[in-house]
Design a protein around this ligand. Structure first.
Ligand SMILES: C[S@@+](CC[C@H](N)C(=O)[O-])C[C@H]1O[C@@H](n2cnc3c(N)ncnc32)[C@H](O)[C@@H]1O
Length: 342
């Protein structure tokens, strides 16, 4: 049964955060229906494993070279990039000579859009450049939100999902909600899954499709859907369409294409329940990542265990971190919680 969407509080009070739909300005919120929160399930809670710290080490495709002084120095394929990093409250381990070799620096100039918010100290660069993840070619890109078209710390989720798909040895359907530029969708498709990718931003869907071509995975079954994630999941529940793996990486605040408001703290319990309700009879996993929220991973861990009460399996929760090359410090990027079937 489809869960009821909770009543909204503090409508339109939050400013858009890091992962709002790229290039889209917040608008006024349309009226939403008031529904009670999903009821608590009575079944036994899944086993638990925590804390789980999922770590990305420096590799040939991507490396966190150094961090400190409120910034990070990263290597994305051929380019060395400097971006702001609020968590890097320590001093850089590498000297200015290394930092000064950057190809691109995010300046964040507020009177500029897109590439104008970046400075290229060595030579002018195009908006995109060739990148690779574990043999999958795609495009890095300089966006006005200081993002570069990929969240490298997600790589551990991608390899976990890839293993689940390959080891299932049966057709697997993956739903990637809030899918952005589609790296998770490409990894799943390469592993043999039938993929449905949903994002509210037309621009992001366009970038994801470009990445599919770039990766040479154009013949793989990926449905690209530009829609509000909650609305899409609600429709799948109504139609009885189901998935073996659901990934959802919602922003703190976001907008659907028709102005639908997404607010993590208010909408997450509803969406988690909805994701559970669209699983196949032999599901594999549901993976939730939460960036930039003021909470401990225990909060989303408790939510996921409640959501999967009675379904067995195990809930594993912790953080996604990237290990720095220079001094080996861990840069924490987000909280995550995943339910994995037994
Ligand atoms: C954090 S990013 C996802 C990153 C992705 N998991 C990855 O690893 O590359 C958030 C994405 O959510 C999308 N988004 C924001 N609000 C949305 C909504 N209401 N429905 C669907 N997608 C939304 C944005 O367009 C953006 O692409």
């Amino acid at each position: 049964m489809k869960p009821a969407r909770p009543k909204r509080r503090n409508e339109d009070r939050r400013s858009p955060r890091k992962h709002s739909a790229p290039g889209e300005k917040p608008q006024r919120q349309p009226a939403t229906s008031a529904r009670p929160a999903p009821p608590r399930r009575s079944g036994a809670l899944p086993d638990e494993r925590l804390p789980v710290i999922l770590e990305v080490l420096p590799n040939d495709d991507y490396a966190l070279l150094d961090s400190g002084g409120g910034q990070k120095l990263e290597q994305y394929g051929p380019y060395r990039i400097v971006r702001p990093e609020g968590q890097a409250i320590w001093r850089p381990a590498l000297g200015p000579a290394e930092w000064n070799r950057a190809d691109a620096i995010f300046t964040g100039d507020t009177d500029e859009e897109g590439m104008g918010r970046w400075r290229f100290p060595r030579e002018p660069l195009g908006e995109t450049w060739p990148m690779r993840h574990d043999g999958i070619d795609y495009l890095g890109r300089f966006t006005s939100f200081r993002h570069v078209g990929v969240f490298p710390e997600q790589a551990t989720h991608w390899s976990h999902m890839e293993t689940l798909v390959r080891e299932a040895r049966r057709p697997v359907k993956v739903l990637n909600l809030f899918g952005y530029t589609g790296l998770a969708s490409l990894v799943a498709a390469r592993a043999g899954a039938e993929v449905t990718h949903v994002d509210a931003s037309k621009k992001a869907i366009g970038w994801a499709r470009e990445n599919q071509e770039m990766a040479g995975l154009g013949d793989k079954p990926i449905r690209w859907i530009c829609e509000d994630a909650v609305k899409f999941a609600e429709r799948e529940a109504r139609r009885g369409n189901a998935y073996d793996i659901v990934l959802f990486d919602p922003p703190a605040y976001g907008r659907g294409p028709k102005g639908e408001v997404w607010q993590l703290f208010e909408d997450l319990p509803y969406l988690a329940d909805l994701c559970r309700s669209i699983l196949t009879p032999r599901p594999l996993a549901v993976v939730l990542t939460a960036y930039s929220i003021r909470a401990s991973f225990f909060a989303i861990h408790a939510l996921m265990r409640d959501t999967f009460a009675g379904d067995g399996g195990r809930v594993e929760s912790g953080e996604l971190i990237i290990r720095e090359k220079s001094a080996g410090r861990a840069l924490s990027t987000s909280l995550f919680s995943r339910w994995v079937a037994s």
